[in-house]
Design a protein around this ligand. Structure first.
Ligand SMILES: Nc1ncnc2c1ncn2[C@@H]1O[C@H](COP(=O)(O)OP(=O)(O)OP(=O)(O)O)[C@@H](O)[C@H]1O
Length: 488
């Protein structure tokens, strides 16, 4: 968890890193007996060594015969372990897909839609056909492995028989006493048993070590974003604010720019808004502004200094974003709010103020356990909340910090008209001290902004106040008129 938390957002969006993370997560739990196994393996190896030395002193040929019979089985065990590891590794994307299908059908969040569209049978069939295919491959592998190892074990048994035969011949020829015969037979028996258990133990250890590589693979995954070695102190009060200067950004693996040559400014105390069609690049701007990604070209300046000169911690505590897909923490209501400032989040006065700001006081009053009420259905005693109620908690969370810039990405999508109005008057109030960036498809929401940027295909195509944009023929006035017509 600690290492995962150091990775950047693009790492989490990379399926390869997801595979690594999945393998590492599974391996950590499965490999805990490794140390105990290693120690017991050392113990059996020492015993084996002592017996083998004793026998070698008496009859060195015996040891040669036994070891020669054992080597093929040991090599074969190692070989099959490596093959099994590689096959498992190759199957991981399919296994993750299976996990995904299982979650779709058997967890609470998707349940409504899966039932609504009657998709359960479809996904169960998909699951069954893929897991049967994987099972078939596994059965085939296990059969092959059993056959080959059984044949090679026969070789070991033959070597053992040869050793006994050698001893019998030695006794009959008078070269070995009955006492010596008894000692060697007992020792051979013990050696072969120890060898067999060591082969199993060693091959298991070797495979454990291979799987442990997965954990180290994941641990070697590093964030691609660099931290300034001696970061510039974040301004206590920003003077010139934020400037995007010819910023372009392309997501990893994408073939087009999500935003292209974007320039705008956000002065302290201003409220600016971005509007535009789906996929126009609005959320991408927000992610760049909170340094979830670094721009592909151009620069983002905070009080004249490049954003990468500041520490990401400082950026995140001064620029707070309420995302479209905020988290619904299935914990207590108070946790949903105090997580906005985890370092000082126990301050009840601030919690209540943030709740008031987010028009969530009535919601808290309605909860049986008040602020301590568990929300969501995941845990015992939890109560369900509506989409808008969750959103109010998320907005309250963002008010907890002492940010200088508040970003609201679709902040009121689920709010009723009254709460929306209250939220925006709060944003205006807040912005007297701080700045705010609003992204919304509702033109009634954005009209209060000091400046509105209209985006299309990753570019800013219009900018101005509501009045200026309405006075100019173009996208904004067309879309505003279209939405307004819907209310008439
Ligand atoms: N994580 C990602 N990886 C790759 N491409 C992405 C990613 N997120 C967004 N995109 C692409 O970048 C473009 C801009 O997306 P963005 O989310 O910024 O749009 P938006 O204007 O916020 O859209 P919406 O109004 O639907 O929220 C889209 O074409 C989208 O497909």
């Amino acid at each position: 968890m600690r290492h995962a938390s150091t990775l950047d957002l693009s790492s989490f969006e990379n399926p390869k890193v997801q595979d690594q993370l999945d393998r590492a997560r599974k391996q950590i739990a499965a490999r805990t007996p490794l140390l105990a196994q290693s120690l017991s393996q050392i113990q059996s190896s020492l015993t084996l060594f002592a017996y083998a030395t004793g026998v070698a002193l008496y009859a060195p040929k015996l040891i040669v015969i036994i070891v020669l019979g054992w080597i093929p089985a040991a090599l074969c065990g190692m070989h099959f372990n490596t093959v099994s590891y590689i096959e498992e590794k190759n199957k991981l994307p399919q296994r993750r897909y299976l996990d995904y299908l299982r979650n779709l059908v058997a967890s609470s969040a998707p349940a409504k839609e899966i039932k609504g569209y009657r998709l359960a049978d479809y996904f169960i069939e998909q699951y069954a056909s893929l897991s049967n295919a994987l099972h078939k491959q596994e059965t085939h592998f296990v059969l092959r492995r059993t056959l080959v190892t059984s044949l090679l074990s026969c070789l070991g048994a033959i070597a053992q028989l040869c050793a006994y035969l050698y001893l019998i011949v030695a006794v009959m020829g008078g070269g070995l006493s009955i006492g010596g015969f008894a000692f060697l037979v007992m020792s051979l028996l013990r050696i072969t048993n120890l060898m067999q258990s060591s082969t199993t133990g060693l091959t298991q250890l070797a495979s454990q070590a291979l799987y442990l590589d997965d954990l180290y693979d994941f641990l070697s995954e590093k964030s691609r974003m660099t931290e300034a070695l001696s970061p510039r102190p974040f301004p206590q009060r920003m003077q010139s604010g934020v400037e995007f200067r010819n910023v372009s950004f392309e997501y990893t693996g994408a073939h087009t720019h999500a935003i292209n040559d974007i320039s705008f400014t956000l002065r302290p105390g201003e409220v600016i808004a971005f509007v535009g069609e789906n996929g126009a690049g609005k959320s991408t701007i927000v992610k760049l502004l909170s340094r979830m990604y670094d721009a592909t070209s151009g620069s983002i300046l905070i009080d004249g200094a490049d954003i990468s000169d500041y520490s990401t911690d400082d950026i995140r505590s001064n620029i707070v974003t309420t995302h479209q897909d905020f988290i619904r923490y299935q914990l207590r209501a108070i946790d949903n709010v105090r997580f906005g400032d985890i370092l000082d989040g126990a301050n009840e006065e601030r919690i209540h103020r943030s709740i008031d700001y987010a028009s969530a006081a009535a919601l808290i009053a309605k909860l049986k356990g008040g602020l301590r009420q568990i929300v969501g259905h995941l845990f015992e005693g939890g109560v369900g909340l509506s989409g808008g109620e969750w959103q109010k908690l998320a907005i309250a969370r963002s008010y907890m910090g002492r940010a200088q810039i508040y970003i609201f990405d679709e902040p009121t999508a689920s709010l009723d008209a009254k709460s929306e109005q209250a939220t925006f008057s709060r944003i205006k109030e807040l912005a007297r001290g701080a700045s705010a960036v609003i992204i919304s498809h509702r033109f009634s929401t954005v009209r209060m902004a000091d400046r509105i940027y209209v985006m299309d295909g990753g570019k800013i195509i219009q900018a101005g106040t509501h009045e200026q944009l309405m006075a100019t023929p173009g996208s904004y006035s067309d879309l505003f008129t279209l939405q307004a017509a819907g209310y008439r």
